[in-house]
Write a protein that binds this ligand. Structure first.
Ligand code: MYA
Length: 492
């Protein structure tokens, strides 16, 4: 949707008399967030500090140094022979013991849920903390081929309390033209009482050992902070669904009076989806969704997961209440033929407090100094997961266009441009409908990263840039930097 359309929409939907100059001011204000925040300088500062940092642990691991320029892709070290792989677990500090977490067990999953609820990722101002539901954790950790041995827990020997965790799941990862079996590492978490005691390296080494034991020597992981050395960095974008609640919780900047009224009307969404044939995904759709997704990712991305089986697609995409929503477009002209799909998942954040620490800038969310108006315990955030749509079109240039191009190279570029325009139109409609669905499910905000083709719709659909970034890393695999728009891997 163009800015002009946004203005019209605002004018139509709102009861407030339409004032185009006020709206332009508001849109500028929203866009200016990126400029006002010292984001670039903060990123640059982090990079400068990282170049000087000493990494006692990471300097011993098969990852590129921060100052290293990676110029070709491939493993850093060859696979280890079975004799080179340590057989016994690493030794933990006194009072702690290793313990596999059985996420199928109701007691274990509750303990893991509670550990993460109290100790997992927070924004830089400790205003919000991720609040993964138990069902979500099960979904994230039990794809086909998962192994309980890769759900590594640490317990207090005396009390039995779960004090730390790290997980791996298997994933076929494509880095440019190579597919590599990897472990996807996530949910590294230490109880707050065990921080800064060099336990994280032990957890990482132990999960590495267990992954090595089954003959896998590469891994992919994402971390907000800068470590040696990301293959890509993606910025978070946020689309407000419930402006009042986001202001009340300090998630977004407080507005009042006409500005607030305008924001409410600009952000208002229709009640129903716009694409004919859009419906929730069903079991019978699995095969077509697999084809759509793999084709889309391979055409558009350089770092992507490969979904080799229908079982994987069924696991990751069939709707699960409160966890994952997937909508397919069932072509009304050819019933049963799917043309597109889009999915999003639920990841709430607990509200820890509603004002920002003075003199600090948040690193994950665009927060302001909103005074508390209403108490909320959680922000219900939907995150864009994967989507797929057609990317190949039979575009024929007119003789006039060919003449203007004056050569095959420019003609090819023009065809690409036209293809991208068609993809963009479709994605705006598709993700626009995902917003409608998420809004109807009472989500407060819809988040995505500036990865894949997301830049094609963020502005049109009124996403604003956040101040958080997510860095992508590969373990024991050198890869030339991948642009954010070529990242096709969503990590939970
Ligand atoms: S990202 C989510 C991470 N979790 C959180 O942010 C939750 C809240 N925070 C915590 O629980 C703790 O602060 C953690 C660190 C556990 C993060 N990734 O024990 P320490 C390095 C990698 O004294 P603590 C996710 O889950 C740090 O640079 N390294 O630190 C993906 C330093 O090393 P060096 C990290 O603060 C995880 C050392 O640890 C991270 O008490 C991917 C300090 O240890 C981090 N997030 O605890 C893991 N944070 O001196 C890598 C700190 O060298 C997987 N550090 O700078 C690699 C692939 C493994 C498999 C390979 C298979 C082939």
């Amino acid at each position: 949707m163009s800015e002009k359309n946004a203005e019209n929409q605002a004018g139509n939907a709102s009861q407030v008399p339409f004032d185009a100059s006020k709206l332009r001011e508001l849109i500028k204000l929203m866009e200016a967030q990126a400029v006002q925040d010292p984001i670039m300088s903060r990123l640059e500062r982090e990079e400068a500090e990282e170049k000087k940092a000493v990494h006692e642990f990471w300097s011993t691991q098969p990852v590129p140094k921060s100052v290293e320029m990676v110029e070709k892709d491939g493993p850093l070290h060859p696979p280890l022979s079975p004799e080179q792989i340590r057989q016994e677990p690493y030794e933990l500090s006194a009072g702690l013991k290793w313990s596999d977490v059985d996420v199928e067990d109701s007691g274990d999953i509750k303990e893991l849920h509670d550990l993460l609820l109290e100790n997992y990722v927070e924004d830089a101002d400790s205003m919000f903390r991720f609040n993964y539901s138990a069902e979500f954790i099960r979904w994230a950790l039990m794809p086909p081929g998962f192994s309980k041995q890769w759900h590594v827990g640490v317990r207090d020997e005396e009390t039995g309390e779960l004090m730390a965790f790290i997980s791996g799941i298997p994933v076929d990862t494509m880095v440019r033209d190579k597919v590599v079996r990897m472990a996807e590492i996530n949910f590294l978490c230490l109880h707050k009482s065990l921080r800064s005691q060099r336990l994280a390296p032990l957890l990482i080494k132990e999960v590495t050992r267990r992954v090595h034991k089954v003959g896998i020597f590469q891994a992919i992981y994402t971390v907000g902070r800068l470590l040696p050395k990301p293959v890509s960095t993606c910025r978070y974008f946020h689309r407000t669904l419930n402006p009042r609640k986001l202001m009340d919780t300090g998630f977004s900047q407080k507005l009042e009076g006409p500005q607030l009224a305008k924001l409410l009307s600009v952000m208002r969404l229709p009640a129903n989806a716009s694409i004919p044939g859009l419906r929730p995904m069903r079991k019978g759709d699995v095969g077509q969704v697999r084809k759509l997704l793999n084709r889309y990712l391979k055409n558009r991305a350089e770092l992507l997961p490969v979904f080799s089986t229908d079982a994987e697609i069924a696991h990751w995409f069939l709707p699960r209440e409160g966890v994952i929503w997937t909508y397919v477009v069932d072509d009304p002209e050819h019933p049963g033929k799917l043309t597109d799909f889009v999915s999003f998942y639920s990841l709430p954040s607990s509200v820890l407090r509603t004002t920002r620490a003075q003199g600090k800038s948040a690193s994950k969310k665009p927060v302001g100094n909103a005074p508390v108006r209403k108490q909320h315990t959680t922000v219900n955030a939907a995150y864009l997961f994967y989507y797929g749509t057609r990317t190949e079109f039979e575009i024929k240039l007119s003789d006039e266009e060919k003449a203007v191009c004056g050569g095959k190279k420019k003609e090819k570029a023009l065809v690409k441009e036209k293809e991208n325009e068609l993809v963009k139109q479709r994605l705006c409609a598709l993700v626009g409908d995902a917003l409608v669905m998420a809004n109807n499910e009472k989500f407060d905000v819809f988040n995505c990263l500036e990865m894949m083709d997301n830049a094609m719709f963020t502005k049109e659909l009124k996403f604003g840039p956040g101040d958080g970034h997510l860095r992508y890393y590969l373990f024991n695999y050198l890869a030339r930097p991948v642009e954010a728009s070529k990242i096709g891997f969503v990590m939970l």
